[in-house]
Design a protein around this ligand. Structure first.
Ligand SMILES: Cc1ncc(COP(=O)(O)O)c(C=O)c1O
Length: 337
């Protein structure tokens, strides 16, 4: 959402993007291109050309991508600025989405990294450092501390083995937000205290290294609410359904179809009629699939046609992570207030 990116650009030290489209949004902000990085497997030659021309940092995901970056840099007459993304040999425990450890399409396996780093140092590339991202959406502070500590250890070991100095080290994020009953906000103070120690360790070996963490969802996820209007209210065999003009085509994550194994409800309410009567209803979308659920049997039974169903914790993985084209309903409107 460009308006959010503009707003956040003034508050953060850098932006990591995951597509050519996101890169253009980031380049439209006042952020220094040196502090924009581009991760993600499958960067096209066009993506690589745009990134190299803009002077941002490419997080290289494979040997093939490294070769293409060199070729395109040569054609453009620009030395690409790069980090190597490493797939660590550990994962972020108790995370919603594991992005490292085991066989993964992301980054270069840590066992292969020293050889690639030595190779890259001899190529026309400006190698500035490493990117290690092992998972997302964790509410377990100890697991995050462990993953960050292991990421620093790994980076120090790889840099020593490959004989190069880190100017930049991105150890990913993984800090989650509470979505479901029983989940609590992370206490970031212990994570911060540990990071202070880790920065000292890093600077002892690489005094000029800039340490980055990625806090995408953690920064914006709780700031967003999704609102859909009830267009029909019906009862099927005793169960009340509120059929809304929004659903999984706007908010796939709340429908439970973005990686949930057992569907759980996001927090939701009748936004214009907060005081309920305790009766239950399910809020569904207009798509002809039983997957199109916003709230399954929640205390929304007092909602009437025209009322607003509000889904909280919707500031991340909203419309941009949803199948907007499915059945060609109107797109979600995004507004920064
Ligand atoms: C490289 C990278 N950065 C950031 C993220 C987003 O993390 P979060 O969900 O914590 O915003 C992901 C998600 O998978 C990722 O792969």
């Amino acid at each position: 959402m460009p308006a959010v990116v503009q707003h956040m650009a003034a508050l953060v030290d850098g932006i990591d993007v995951a597509s050519g489209g996101e890169l253009r949004v980031a380049l439209d902000t006042p952020m220094n291109p040196l502090h924009i990085s581009f991760a993600g497997p499958g960067k096209s030659d066009t993506d690589l050309s745009c990134a190299i021309a803009a002077g941002i940092v490419l997080n290289l995901e494979s040997e093939g991508e490294t070769e293409r970056a060199v070729r395109i840099g040569d054609r453009l007459g620009i030395t690409p600025r790069v980090n190597v993304r490493v797939n660590p040999d550990f994962e972020l425990k108790s995370s919603g989405m594991k992005m490292g450890g085991g066989a993964k399409p992301f980054g270069i396996d840590s066992e292969q990294a020293p050889a690639l780093l030595r190779e890259a140092a001899a190529l026309p590339l400006q190698l500035s450092g490493l990117h290690i991202f092992c998972g997302s959406q964790s509410l377990n502070g100890e697991a995050i501390i462990e993953a960050q500590t292991r990421s620093i250890e790994l980076a120090l070991r790889l840099a020593a083995e490959a004989g190069f100095t880190l100017a930049h080290l991105n150890i990913g994020g993984g800090l989650g937000i509470p979505y479901f009953p029983g989940e609590a906000r992370l206490d970031a103070s212990a994570i911060g205290a540990n990071l202070t120690v880790l920065v000292k360790q890093l600077h002892a070996a690489h005094p000029d290294a800039r340490l980055a963490i990625e806090l995408g969802r953690h920064l914006v996820g709780e700031a967003g609410v999704y609102v859909a209007r009830v267009v029909d209210r019906k009862v099927s065999r005793g169960q009340v359904f509120l059929v809304t003009d929004g659903g999984m085509h706007h908010h796939l994550a709340a429908s439970g179809n973005l990686g949930q194994v057992i569907r759980k409800n996001y927090p939701a309410a009748v936004g214009n009629r907060m005081q309920g009567d305790g009766s239950l209803a399910s809020a569904v979308g207009p798509l002809c699939t039983p997957l199109d659920i916003l709230a399954d049997r929640m205390e929304l039974g007092h909602a009437q046609v025209g009322d607003l169903i509000v889904v909280f914790q919707s500031g991340a993985y909203g419309p941009s992570a949803s199948p907007a084209g499915f059945l060609n309903h109107p797109a979600a409107l995004e507004v920064l207030v």
